[in-house]
Design a binder for this molecule. Structure first.
Ligand code: ADP
Ligand code: ZN
Length: 593
């Protein structure tokens, strides 16, 4: 870096200018003060006083200032002794003692006043350096050097899949040339997607720690600026800094603040410029530098599609809320430094904290230790963990944490319903996993694996998919009764209705409507009222059929439904294979039949 950064030069110039200005002012005021005072000796002063020419004398700390009756001012060094004062009093000279600058004031005060201009200048310099940093686009990224980073993968628990995905990145950073020689293209832009406090920052930092490279961290919100071009300048600066330290990891938290969708009402050219600069830098990083860019967001769907294009943030790693095993592992990391009483069972704590993020579990451990300390104990008991849980729950406003046992049961049966019907319908997509860990606004979910990118979809498969969608509500109804069902099936109904409508209006799969296209996908092309009514009837019939099918499956296979739901309540996440095994539990009547 042969060239000095601009802000430094600018502030240096400003400092010199300020200093010169202050010196000039000091010299001038000194001159102005001395101009109208004549220097006199002690004897001259006393002689004038004896002649009755002196009207008043003011004693300062060093000097006495006198005013003659003709208005002339004098300045002299005079001892303040009883004799002198007596002499002056007899000559009817008005005496006073000055309290002003250089007067009879405490010494510390004088020192402060002498230093005041220096202090003011120092403050101005400080402010200037900070402002120039801001105005010239210096990034506010924190840098952690490899020798100072003590975070490793072992510190991040319960996110094994994410760690696995990052391992290749670590390998690359350890020896970029090996990868280059092999001609391998390593993804340079990784996106960690997941709710707050799940360890995204920790993961990025640990990757740097494992690879032994510098770690730079910034937040997307640091780049949101009022003035056009500033955010872009910051982005440019940040990447320049990172490139100079390559190989390294550059972490940008809350990347949605920086790379949100363009062309919305609130977008203005500053945002566009910043985003464009980010895109330019991203492409540069991919082509040239050994810089790995890791972004983190809670809402990947908010990002501008341009950011996600191949060669940019093209590897997405999901970092979700931990399941019960994950929570146990995370608690294990955080209780390492604590002295636990023998009654503490970390597994029980993990079971009692569904929906807690890693950060909340860390918080919980800390609160438990505080609770022990408050009670004068050196070991942490199970009671401390109970008390801590209440505190953490109270302190957080997250809805997912407010899940009652009833809500958890209901969610478990809802998801078990989806899972079981999908297993019983061979045409439906195979099931990958089911979970009752809340994600986003969903309390739970079932993940199915579509078999490749299907271009053609059969009527049988569509019917099966609709039945699977209906199965969540069907299970709620079967177990808890028609009055206890919840609004949790909203997305399911939207999905099923959408499919059914397209079967009727676009795909010629309704006998009543026939092989007519009614506006296709958007389903609002011109049509008669009678046709519109008949379309609605057909959609209704298809979804009802799906619901009937789901109900029938769940009724006959009640034992399997119970088995899946109870196991979900216990383990929170089940793989496809585990679900299929549980679905083998047969109801007695089914076997007999
Ligand atoms: P995010 O970046 O996802 O918001 P952080 O990485 O900043 O979350 O995590 C905040 C804190 O929560 C961490 O410092 C750590 O103490 C704790 N934490 C979060 N996730 C984990 C985890 N998976 N394992 C251990 N501790 C975690
Ligand atoms: Zn559902």
């Amino acid at each position: 870096m042969p060239q000095l950064p601009k802000p430094l030069i600018v502030s240096a110039i400003a400092i010199v200018a300020l200093l010169l200005g202050w010196l000039a002012f000091a010299a001038w005021s000194d001159f102005a003060e001395r101009k109208d005072e004549t220097l006199a000796t002690y004897s001259e002063m006393m002689a004038m006083a004896e002649r009755g020419e002196i009207a008043s004398v003011t004693f300062g700390a060093d000097l006495a200032h006198a005013e003659a009756k003709d208005g002339t001012r004098y300045r002299a060094v005079m001892p303040v002794t009883d004799d002198v004062l007596k002499e002056l009093r007899e000559r009817k000279v008005a005496l006073s003692f000055d309290d002003g600058p250089g007067g009879l004031v405490p010494q510390t005060m004088t020192v402060f006043e002498k230093l005041a201009p220096v202090i003011i200048v120092a403050l101005m310099i400080g402010a200037l350096v900070m402002c120039s940093g801001q105005f010239l686009g210096t990034s506010r990224a924190t840098r952690i050097r490899p020798q100072d980073s003590h975070t490793v993968f072992a510190d991040v628990a319960g996110v094994d899949e994410a760690k696995e995905e990052l391992r290749e990145t670590v390998e690359f950073l350890r020896d970029p040339r090996r990868f280059a020689m092999a001609g391998a293209r390593v993804p340079k832009g990784l996106l960690l997607v997941g709710p707050p406090g799940t360890g995204k920052t920790m993961l990025a930092k640990a990757a740097a720690g494992e690879a032994g490279v510098p770690f730079f961290a910034a937040s997307g919100s640091d780049f949101v600026e009022m003035f056009v071009g500033l955010g872009a300048a910051r982005v440019r600066n940040l990447f320049r800094t990172a490139r100079a330290a390559a190989p390294c990891i550059l972490f940008i938290d809350e990347i949605d603040a920086l790379a949100g969708k363009r062309g919305e009402a609130n977008s203005h050219s500053e945002r566009e410029q910043t985003l464009n600069q980010l895109l330019v830098e991203l492409d540069g990083v991919v082509e040239a530098g050994d810089v790995i860019l890791i972004g983190a967001t809670n809402r990947a769907e908010m990002l501008d599609p341009a950011v996600l294009r191949p060669g940019r943030f093209d590897r997405h790693i999901h970092v979700g809320l931990p399941d019960v095993a994950g929570r146990e592992a995370i608690l294990g990391v955080h209780v390492r430094g604590l002295a636990l009483s023998t009654d503490v069972c970390v597994r029980t704590v993990a079971r009692g904290t569904p929906g807690f993020s890693g950060a909340e579990l860390s918080n919980l451990t800390n609160e438990a230790a505080l609770s022990a300390a408050r009670n004068g104990r050196t070991t942490v008991t199970m009671g401390d963990f109970e008390a801590a849980k209440d505190r953490v729950l109270l302190g957080s406003e997250r809805r997912s944490l407010a899940l009652t046992d009833h809500e958890r049961r209901l969610t478990a049966f809802h998801e078990a319903g989806h899972a079981l019907v999908s297993i019983r319908c061979p045409e439906a997509d195979p099931i990958h996993k089911a979970t009752i860990i809340p994600r986003g606004r969903a309390l739970g979910m079932v993940v199915r694996l579509p078999e490749g990118d299907r271009v053609s979809v059969s009527r049988a498969k569509l019917r099966a998919d609709i039945a699977v969608a209906m199965a969540g509500r069907a299970a709620e109804e079967l177990i808890f009764g028609a009055d206890a069902v919840t609004n949790g099936a909203e997305a399911d109904f939207r999905f099923a209705t959408d499919l059914a409508r397209r079967m009727v209006t676009a795909w010629g799969m309704s006998d009543a409507i026939g092989f007519v296209s009614h506006g296709g996908k958007d389903a609002d092309g011109p049509r008669s009222e009678r046709t519109a009514w008949r379309i609605d009837e057909e959609v209704r019939r298809i979804t009802d059929e799906g619901m009937e099918h789901a109900r029938a499956v769940l009724r006959t296979d009640r034992a399997a439904l119970d088995a899946i739901a109870e196991t979900l309540l216990e383990r929170e996440t089940l793989s496809g294979a585990e679900l299929v095994a549980l679905a083998e539990v047969r109801t007695a009547t089914t076997v007999a039949a």
